[in-house]
Write a protein that binds this ligand. Structure first.
Ligand SMILES: CC(C)(COP(=O)(O)OP(=O)(O)OC[C@H]1O[C@@H](n2cnc3c(N)ncnc32)[C@H](O)[C@@H]1OP(=O)(O)O)[C@@H](O)C(=O)NCCC(=O)NCCS
Length: 415
């Protein structure tokens, strides 16, 4: 008989991790387990035990998410969700999610986010799909830019130690400008720079490239791997881009130019790129940036509406009344009036008896709108949002839409 979910002790870390790794077909070494230990905050873990064995696990980080309007909000980043194959489909994930969301709500956490192993799992718990990611490939023979890149400052290939000192600060500035992006905490950089074998997927270890401004300040970082392919003796190697971010679009363009011009490479690929990739607009032949897959990425679960909706900015000034359903977290259920605009945080409050709703929607749909990457009218067309006041959908599209010319939401990091 399984026991109710509880947090683990330091001694239980290894079996807890192994439960998760086994569900993904991974057999970690001792060194792998040690590398990840720092990423685990024991108080935020949950495990289901049967006798002394961990049979199901879940965990969450506590990190910043960037919201529309360049605001940041600490959120629960749900991770390490797994149920042993021998215990699947008995309700253990449901029990874990119940406890995880109740505890997060109890701690005053407004939002939970996750990336899913499969797209069909989390909608039932009130998570709404909020961002997508694309994998791309580009032949280096067709990678000319439509305008020449102005070279400023200096590009340099650096060792791991040097990159470790400067890349995190460049990233921290970049993620604050990108809605949907999350903070990279120390554990993330530990894993990135340790560059373990399982992360390489048949490619080389990481190469690190830094850009410095003319004044000598680091303002851009790229990391890539090299995949060998000498086709009948001719170089057809692949550059696999892991990171490319900078303080300005002009420096980011210089990083891409460098990656696309590496000798002996026939192809450049990247696994996680935004759908509105700025690289496409740099290219003289945009069709050559081939999208090899598009996948759901960030799922957003709103836990505390006033705190969540009050944390972002909005594109227009309006007052929108919503009739919200939330079967899994019923404290959110009912009428909410959102008064919001571009100049300050929005205000969500319970409606009174004489405030008819403009829109009827579920909490997952509101989670989809939250980062400005999904339009209420698109959800309405498939029956997932209902317009109750004529014109309300167009108003909701405008209100929840991108703020002040920001890009579509996108999360650069996996977690
Ligand atoms: C996905 C996983 C966590 C589900 O755990 P579980 O304990 O079997 O889930 P539950 O029994 O609580 O299922 C709850 C509901 O979700 C459904 N469900 C569970 N996993 C599903 C999946 N992969 N796809 C679609 N539906 C799923 C169940 O059918 C059930 O539906 P119902 O309420 O209509 O009966 C588990 O199968 C697992 O560990 N898989 C491998 C690792 C993984 O993918 N982890 C998730 C990381 S994001």
């Amino acid at each position: 008989m399984e026991l109710p979910p509880r947090s683990i002790t330091a001694e239980e870390y290894a079996p807890f991790s192994l439960c998760f790794e086994a569900a993904f077909g991974i057999q970690p070494t001792e060194a792998d387990l040690e590398l990840w230990r720092k990423a685990v905050d024991l108080d935020r873990t949950l495990a289901v035990f049967e006798r002394d064995e961990v049979v199901a696990s879940a965990d969450s980080y506590w990190f910043d998410l960037t919201l529309p309007g360049a605001r940041t909000l600490p959120v629960a980043g749900v991770t390490r969700v797994a149920v042993r194959g021998t215990h699947r489909r008995r309700g253990l994930l449901t029990a874990l999610m119940r406890t995880l969301l109740d505890e997060a709500h109890g701690r005053g956490e407004a939002v939970a986010v996750l990336t899913a192993s499969e797209g069909a799992i989390y909608g039932r718990f009130g998570y709404g799909l909020a961002t997508v990611q694309a994998s791309v490939e580009l032949s280096t023979a067709h990678a000319a830019f439509s305008r020449p890149v102005e070279r400023t400052g200096r590009l340099n290939q650096v060792d791991t130690e040097t990159a470790r000192k400067v890349a995190p600060a460049v990233h921290d500035r970049a993620r604050r400008r990108q809605p949907g992006d999350v903070e990279r905490q120390d554990w993330y950089w530990d894993v990135h720079f340790a560059d373990p074998h399982w992360a390489r997927e048949g490619a080389s270890g990481l190469f690190h490239v830094l850009h410095e401004s003319a004044a000598g300040d680091p303002d851009g970082y790229a990391a890539y791997r090299w995949k060998d392919n000498w086709k009948r003796g001719n170089p057809a190697n692949e550059v696999v881009v892991v990171d490319a971010f900078a303080d300005t679009p002009a420096v980011e363009a210089q990083l891409w130019r460098h990656l696309l011009d590496l000798d002996l490479a026939a192809k450049v690929s990247a696994w996680k790129r935004p759908l509105d990739d700025p690289l496409r607009w740099l290219l003289a032949d945009p069709r050559r940036l081939e999208v090899t897959s598009v996948r759901d990425d960030l799922w957003v679960r709103l836990l505390d509406l006033p705190a969540a909706l009050g944390a972002r900015l909005y594109a227009t000034t309006d007052r929108l009344v919503m009739e919200l359903s939330d079967g899994f977290c019923p404290w959110n259920q009912g009428g909410w009036a959102l008064e919001a605009g571009p100049d300050g945080p929005g205000r969500a409050r319970r409606t009174g008896p004489r405030e008819p709703a403009d829109l009827r929607l579920g909490v997952a749909e509101l989670g989809s709108l939250f980062l400005a990457g999904v339009r209420a009218s698109d959800l309405a067309r498939v029956g997932r949002v209902e317009e109750l006041t004529p014109g309300a959908l167009a108003r909701a599209d405008a209100l929840f839409g991108p703020v002040g010319g920001e890009p579509a939401p996108f999360c650069r990091s996996g977690f």
